[in-house]
Design a protein around this ligand. Structure first.
Ligand SMILES: Cc1cc2nc3c(=O)[nH]c(=O)nc-3n(C[C@H](O)[C@H](O)[C@H](O)COP(=O)(O)O)c2cc1C
Length: 417
């Protein structure tokens, strides 16, 4: 079944003569899957590695390979493409292309489109490690960056040429994130955002721990969304069982216990280092009073585990900024009861923890799910319900609320509850 049509992002994808040219096919597919209309330009060298037909089959659009076979209608093909593009993505970009782009050559359709377009340009180089680290390439990339071209650094690893090092084309996922960021309104540009995500683990003995069902998906979605909107994002996350699925530009800090989460978050959330803190982690409220040094034995008496409270991160941050209003603080509240009980708890937290927003959600809607349903409660008591939607969509609404608070340029009016 075909997906319902909505406005598609218009991407011109330039593929150059790198061994990674075949990955351009996978990339075109990834872009199309994410709702893009993709028109491909192949350089002569790229066409030695991959065929235009392959891209035409995948994109459903004619592929440009030459200046001279595309003017049946009298239009100037490369200018049409340049004007059509919402973003020009060159992936993989050869060293040769990077150099010519820097100097403004226009001898091929791809170079001419790059010169003519007013759209943002994103370049993902892929080449031998020595070509990449050559001072000429480095200088070319530096110059392009300075002109506002987005450069997606290649990954390190084994290269097709037999060398090991930096030079592999970035992943399709990473490239898609960067393309999305390049075309997005940057209403969080220049903002330093700290986001916490995931569960914590409190050790009982060397092999057992107390934890909770948080998957970290909500916090990760918030981190991706804040990044897309131009923020500089630090993600402090508990154990997720895998590398967090966020763009390479998001700085990740991995912690395990509630105390480590406390230290990692509180040391980063102060007015000098952070503008907005969003605390979505499900931090343990209690931890075992003592951690046994050896594994507790089944054969012995049933152990009694005494619990002590952990330190309250949001409360600490709220208390620290008691006299001021920075950074902007957003907390989460999760409950298992009714919506009325959740909202009462959210309002209580707004006051006792001195936050700007509390995002209320129910455990059954949220934990380990790809969707969520939330209530955004602000200091004036107003409640905005976000009906069940993907965590990506919910994070958009939460950051919309954050951006409007930022626009009000705290301090905002506060009402006693
Ligand atoms: C087998 C083969 C593999 C190549 N791989 C790369 C590569 O990964 N990166 C690169 O920058 N150049 C690579 N080159 C060199 C480019 O193809 C060459 O510089 C060409 O002029 C690039 O032209 P274009 O940028 O117009 O596509 C390779 C060449 C050959 C023959």
């Amino acid at each position: 079944m075909k997906r319902a049509s909505r406005a598609k992002t218009r991407v011109v994808l330039g593929v150059t003569g790198s061994v990674a040219a075949y990955k351009g096919v996978e990339l075109a597919r990834a872009l199309i899957k994410r709702g893009c209309d993709v028109r491909v330009i192949l350089t002569d060298s790229a066409a030695k590695f991959v065929t235009p037909f392959m891209f035409e089959s995948i994109t459903g659009n004619r592929v440009t390979t030459s200046f001279w076979n595309e003017t049946e209608t009298g239009a100037i093909g490369h200018i049409e493409l340049a004007d059509w593009a919402q973003v020009l993505l060159v992936a993989p970009a050869s060293a040769d292309l990077v150099a010519k782009l820097r100097y403004g050559f226009a001898e091929t359709p791809l170079l001419a489109v790059a010169l003519a377009t007013k759209a943002p340009i994103v370049v993902a180089p892929a080449m031998n490690v020595n070509m990449y680290s050559h001072p000429a390439t480095e200088e070319n990339l530096r110059e392009l960056r300075a002109r506002g071209v987005e450069i997606i650094e290649p990954e390190s690893g084994e290269l097709a040429c037999g060398w090991k090092g930096k030079g592999r084309l970035a992943s399709p996922q990473e490239i898609c994130w960067r393309v999305r960021r390049a075309i997005s309104a940057k209403d969080l540009a220049g903002k330093r955002v700290v986001i916490s995500a995931g569960p914590t683990r409190e050790a009982i003995d060397p092999v057992r721990f107390l934890s909770n069902r948080s998957s970290g998906k909500m916090g990760l979605a918030l981190a991706r969304e804040a990044y897309r909107r131009g923020a500089s994002v630090t993600l402090v996350h508990g154990p997720l069982g895998r590398r967090p699925n966020v763009p390479a530009g998001v700085q990740c800090v991995s912690v395990t216990t509630a105390q480590e989460m406390f230290d990692a978050v509180t040391s980063r959330v102060d007015p000098a280092r952070c503008d907005i803190a969003i605390l979505a982690a499900a931090v343990a409220d209690f931890r075992p009073c003592v951690t046994a040094t050896g594994k507790l034995k089944k054969a012995g008496a049933t152990p009694q585990i005494d619990l002590v409270p952990t330190r309250d991160i949001i409360k600490e941050l709220g208390a620290r900024r008691a006299a001021g209003t920075r950074p902007l603080l957003v907390g989460f509240a999760v409950e298992t009861g009714t919506v009325a009980e959740l909202l009462a708890e959210a309002r209580r937290k707004l006051t006792t923890k001195n936050t700007d927003l509390i995002i209320g959600n129910l455990a059954q809607d949220s934990f380990d799910r790809d969707t969520n349903r939330v209530w955004i409660v602000n200091q004036n008591g107003a409640v905005q319900e976000v009906e069940t939607a993907s965590k990506a969509r919910v994070s958009r609404r939460i950051l919309d609320a954050v951006v409007s608070l930022e626009a009000l340029n705290c301090p905002h009016e506060r009402v006693q509850h």
